[in-house]
Ligand binder design. Structure first.
Ligand code: NA7
Length: 860
């Protein structure tokens, strides 16, 4: 081994290399090339005896990429791109391997790679500030930076088939296929596993073998790849304007420059939908499949339409109806596992010598010396193929014994859950980078694009450090936790986490369940990485003490999209309008809201308020009554709104809680100023208590609820009922309530504007409703009441980006301190208007569910 002395001016300790890289696949090769261009010394190790990474090992028959070849390639060098011609739409493994070999030769990279050498361990030396890397055989090298470029699907899952060790014949694993190939002619072959590897290989194995028996645990959705000659129109688009082509890929969701539809399946006619589904089926393009409609990946009903279409395709191809049904996936949404692209997969099951075993009905009891026993049969085989997948995303990272600060290993740190910052770095492991690590778009994107972006980010960061004489870098705990939240937030607004798969660790026994890739798209992700750099490496600490700490993207992703959409409307701030115009605008926005769920009955009526009749709208559940009643007070700052303005939210609450919701049209300012709303609220509540049974309610089972100013009314009603000795209320459910008339709260500063409810709008509301002198009255500011004890049990919801957050938090605490049973939900990443946004904001569904449960609980 040659050793070099690192020459960077920042380095005070001598190391063998500036950077040691593990892996010589797509990522490792580009990293070496870029590091070398920076004048840094870099060396890579790979257990294989040649370049290629996962494409070196996965040589099973039919192995191909599932992103079109032209896109599944480097874009950093125009000449490389021009010189290499792909022969097919989806390149075979040999062709991809030949490409990577060509890249290694073209840029003379092999001289900086040690092959056939596994890295066993890497240990951070705290005193010297360097990594000690020990390779197989015991040699140790030192480096300032250590980069895992080990790929996401590189460590095959250990065989977890009972009795597999008994088998006397050959066992072939798709992920470590023999280089010389396998001749199955005349053989009886068992294939276990029907993921992409199984689906690609089974038709080709069946062409040779005497018989093939496929052992399927979970069926996959697979589409015909329609592979063939290289599609010239894509190549032409790239040649025409390669910069534009690659820029579009970099800004896209999945790293492929394809236009993505904004149409929803649920808005289309059946005819339109089927035509579109047929087009997608005919195209054989993974990105087109994943994005067939904008709502396929987040709306279960939309998803089912697409899944039904594919199930019908399977039924139309597979002749035997029983076999067809076994091949139809039914237990998870389509595309929540990576869909497969195949050539004649379903057709293969029409061959007489191909058999399908449904392991859900007849599990493998044991593998024997000569075959496989299931719950109801014994079969003899000459060979077994394990297409059972990978310990994906994290397996290869923790397979190396990586020890960071204080003796903590990566495996220990991630034992209860993976935490990274951007999927690039992890706290406690200075100067360690992971290329396409968990928490980055990685496998939810075109890996070629994501790899280039990560490599370039890492190289830019090392350049920045050397230029500024910074020796170490690692993320802060807060930044890392914030990023994990964001990764989860994004996954959770989709259907993706539902399936059990390698994306969330559920394919490996004992592995933590957690959705590992970032699904916010490569374009959005790139912007985030760039913003972090522009903000002085927000959330990274250099040299243990130089840090601009903070969390990027605290907002829920769908709330952010809502804010961006509202911004495009260019609406005037409400407080700049006359009251009538502001009311009209508010009502117009309410009218655009989705309808909300169906309930059993909706009826309108009137009830006596404090000085005259008030309208109300009653929502009755679709279950046998009688039901408890909840008096509901709408939001709108005591100026806007009506009994019907929170219609979809009232429906949702009614549906979730199984209670009657009576939304009251209490009086507003400026026509009817304080305490009109409070007095009407109390009068309405008294009337509902007295008339419960005539409304289909249950006498004595009454609670109150409200949002914003309506939350204020509900809270005040509880205090008035307590002071008046009745009516008895079972509970109060307060969503982002106003409980104080003052502005002396930090959240009025922190979130003064930009989140729809602004400080100036709150001032406008209060000015229209209440005189300064009354703003400390408990009837206006229930937080200011001297004694909160004896109030009904409470559920208080506060939102992170809401000017009213801190007073709501204070009220929840004051209630609890006074002995009131209080549940307090602090909704992270939500704004004042996002919790009641039924049918628009998925990330607040859980909050509405908590509210529904709380209402149920009041009457339990
Ligand atoms: P996958 O997609 O993880 O597929 C593995 C398959 O093996 C899947 O059908 C598994 O069923 C099945 N499996 C795993 N363990 C067992 C046992 N013990 N018994 C029976 N069946 C088992 O891996 P692939 O290699 O096919 O594809 C990985 C990715 O590579 C692919 O998405 C492309 O991106 C390229 P399960 O679903 O767990 O019930």
């Amino acid at each position: 081994m040659t050793t070099q002395i690192a020459t960077s001016p920042a380095v005070t300790t001598t190391t063998d290399y500036d950077v040691v890289v593990v892996g010589a696949g797509f990522a490792g090769l580009y990293l070496l090339h870029q590091l070398r261009a920076l004048g840094l010394s870099a060396h890579a190790y790979d257990a294989a005896d040649n370049v290629g990474g996962t494409w070196y090992w996965n040589r099973y028959p039919g192995a191909r990429c599932d992103i079109t070849s032209v896109d599944y390639a480097y874009s950093f060098d125009a000449d490389l791109e021009a010189d290499w011609q792909w022969s097919e739409k989806y390149a075979t493994q040999p062709e991809i391997l030949a490409y990577l070999s060509h890249v290694a030769d073209r840029f003379d990279l092999r001289s900086d790679i040690t092959f056939s050498t596994r890295v066993d361990s890497a240990k951070w030396d705290e005193d010297a500030g360097i990594w000690n890397i020990t390779v197989a055989g015991g040699d140790t090298v030192t480096a300032r930076f250590y980069v895992m470029a080990t790929g996401c699907l590189s460590l095959p899952k250990s065989p977890d088939v009972p009795g597999i060790e008994n088998f006397a014949g050959p066992i072939y694993t798709t992920g470590t296929w023999p280089h010389e190939g396998v001749d199955f002619t005349g053989k009886r072959v068992a294939v276990i596993g029907t993921g992409s590897s199984g689906i690609q290989s089974i038709p080709l194995i069946a062409e040779q073998a005497k018989s093939v028996t496929v052992f399927q645990r979970t069926p996959n959705f697979s589409f015909p790849a329609h592979n063939g000659p290289f599609p010239t129109e894509r190549a032409a688009a790239m040649i025409d304007d390669r910069d534009a082509y690659h820029q579009a890929a970099k800004k896209s969701g999945a790293g492929v420059p394809l236009k993505v539809t904004e149409l929803n399946a649920l808005d289309a006619t059946e005819e339109e939908r089927n035509a579109r589904f047929e087009d997608v089926w005919a195209a054989g393009d993974l990105i087109g499949i994943m994005t067939v409609y904008a709502d396929t990946l987040n709306n279960p009903d939309a998803n089912k339409l697409f899944a039904d279409f594919v199930r019908n395709k399977i039924r139309s191809i597979v002749a035997d109806p029983v076999t067809a049904e076994i091949l139809c996936p039914t237990t998870y949404p389509i595309a929540s596992k990576r869909v497969c692209l195949d050539t004649n997969y379903y057709q293969t099951f029409n061959l007489d010598h191909v058999h399908l075993i449904d392991l859900h009905n007849t599990p493998i009891t044991t593998v024997t010396a000569s075959g496989i026993d299931t719950a109801d049969a014994s079969s003899e085989f000459d060979a077994i193929v394990l297409a059972t997948g990978f310990d994906a995303m994290t397996g290869a990272l923790v397979a190396v014994d990586i020890e960071g600060r204080d003796g903590l290993t990566l495996k220990q740190k991630w034992a209860d859950g993976v935490q990274t910052y951007l999927g690039l770095a992890t706290g406690g492991f200075p100067n360690l980078f992971t290329v396409t690590g968990p928490g980055s778009p990685s496998v939810q994107s075109n890996m070629a694009v994501s790899i280039e972006q990560h490599v370039e980010w890492i190289c830019d960061t090392i350049t920045h450090m050397d230029a500024n004489e910074l020796l170490t870098i690692e993320p802060t705990p807060g930044a890392e936790e914030g990023w994990s939240n964001h990764v989860n937030d994004f996954a959770n607004i989709t259907l993706l986490p539902i399936a059990k798969s390698w994306f969330n660790g559920s394919n490996v026994a004992g592995k933590n369940h957690q959705y590992l890739p970032y699904v916010g798209g490569v374009g959005g992700y790139r912007t985030i990485c760039d913003e972090i750099v522009a903000a002085d490496y927000l959330g990274f600490v250099f040299n243990d003490d130089q840090c601009n700490d903070g969390v990027i993207r605290r907002m829920q992703p769908d709330v952010n999209i809502m804010l961006e959409f509202l911004a495009t409307l260019g609406l005037p701030p409400f407080e700049t309008l006359e009251v009538d115009a502001a009311r009209e605008l508010s009502a117009a926005l309410s009218d655009q809201s989705p309808a909300g769920p169906e309930v059993g009955e909706v009826l309108d009526g009137t009830l006596p308020g404090a000085v005259g009749d008030l309208g109300y709208r009653l929502y009755r559940p679709d279950t046998a009554g009688p039901h408890p009643i909840v008096a509901y007070f709408h939001g709108g700052g005591w100026v806007f709104g009506s009994a019907t303005s929170d219609d979809s939210f009232c429906r949702d609450l009614c549906d979730r809680a199984g209670v009657i919701i009576v939304s009251v049209d209490y009086r507003h300012g400026p026509e009817d100023r304080f305490p009109a709303a409070a007095d009407d609220g109390f009068a309405a509540t008294q009337w509902l208590a007295q008339n419960a049974e005539s409304l289909g309610g249950i006498a004595g089972q009454l609670a109150v609820a409200g949002w914003s100013a309506g939350g204020n009314v509900a809270a005040v009603v509880c205090q008035l009922a307590k002071d008046a000795g009745g009516p008895t209320l079972a509970g109060q459910c307060l969503l982002t309530p106003v409980v104080d008339g003052g502005f002396d709260w930090p959240s009025y500063e922190e979130t003064a504007e930009g989140y729809v409810l602004t400080r100036s709008l709150m001032e406008w509301f209060l000015n229209h409703y209440v005189d300064d002198a009354d703003r400390t009255s408990p009837k206006m500011a229930p937080l200011r009441a001297t004694d909160l004890s004896g109030l009904p049990p409470a559920m208080v919801v506060t939102c992170e980006f809401d000017p009213l957050r801190d007073q709501g938090n204070a009220y929840a605490k004051a209630l609890a301190d006074a002995g009131v049973p209080t549940a307090h939900v602090q909704a992270h990443g939500q704004i004042h208007i996002s919790v009641p946004a039924v049918g628009q904001i998925v990330s607040s569904i859980w909050v509405r569910e908590e509210m529904g449960q709380a209402l149920r609980g009041f009457f339990a």
